[in-house]
Design a protein around this ligand. Structure first.
Ligand code: PGA
Length: 225
């Protein structure tokens, strides 16, 4: 069985109280992950404000969940009001999503700017999950995982087909040289297995389906079937 990466992206969701509830819910539904040897690497990318609470919950319950942020500053520490720099993120997380289409669209983040963010993440020792909408978008050097996320499939309930996603992921591997490529866009417990069965798809990046711990657990179970 191949190794799979499941990266939950909470986006701008969950207060501290809701984060604690998510951890409790995950303990109720997903604690089997603790005992069963698994080929899954599970990462949850929480908002900056929830990361500390999630980290505590993961540590207290010994959950096999990696922690990730959804963005970081292109600047070092210093006079950059509102920015969270890579070293700050590294205190709370080991992973970071860079280049999500919602940031490319809502914050006009460009490829050169995103490459700077990857360098910042690399310098801080963070592992990078780099999102691209297609196989032609530039992937900077030194990213750990590429996530293929067609914009039209994100949050719409209409995913790409596993066959098409397989083709795009294979192409991304070839052109970028990155060995781990995952798919994101309306992934659910119902369709995750068909993506993970594809030769060049090494996991998924669920957004909406990661918010409810029971649904997220169902997705983790289904991914391995
Ligand atoms: P979705 O989001 O699963 O809610 O479509 C995926 C993503 O944007 O990463």
């Amino acid at each position: 069985m191949k190794s799979l990466f499941i990266v939950g992206n909470w986006k701008s969701n969950k207060t501290i109280r809701e984060t604690k509830e998510w951890v409790q819910g995950f303990m109720a539904h997903g604690s089997w992950l603790l005992t069963k040897p698994s080929t899954l690497t599970v990462v949850v990318c929480a908002p900056f404000t929830a990361l500390s609470t999630l980290k505590q919950g993961v540590q207290d319950n010994n959950l096999p969940i990696g922690l990730g942020a959804q963005d970081l500053s292109k600047f070092d520490m210093g006079a950059y009001t509102g920015d969270i720099n890579a070293n700050m993120v590294k205190e709370l997380a080991d992973w970071v999503i860079i280049g999500h289409s919602e940031r490319r669209t809502n914050h006009k983040e460009s490829d050169p700017e995103l490459a700077i963010k990857v360098t910042q993440a690399n310098n801080a020792g963070l592992r990078v999950i780099y999102c691209v909408p297609d196989a032609t978008t530039l992937v900077p050097r030194n990213v750990d995982i590429v996530a293929y996320e067609p914009v039209w499939a994100i949050g719409t309930g209409t995913s790409d087909t596993p066959e098409n996603a397989q083709g795009v992921c294979a192409q991304i591997k070839q052109t970028s040289g990155v060995k781990i490529v995952i798919y994101g866009g309306s992934v659910t417990a119902g369709n995750v297995a068909s993506f993970c069965a594809m030769q060049d798809i090494d996991g998924v990046l669920p957004g909406g389906a990661s918010l409810n711990p029971e649904k997220f657990t169902q997705l983790l179970i289904a991914a391995q079937t």
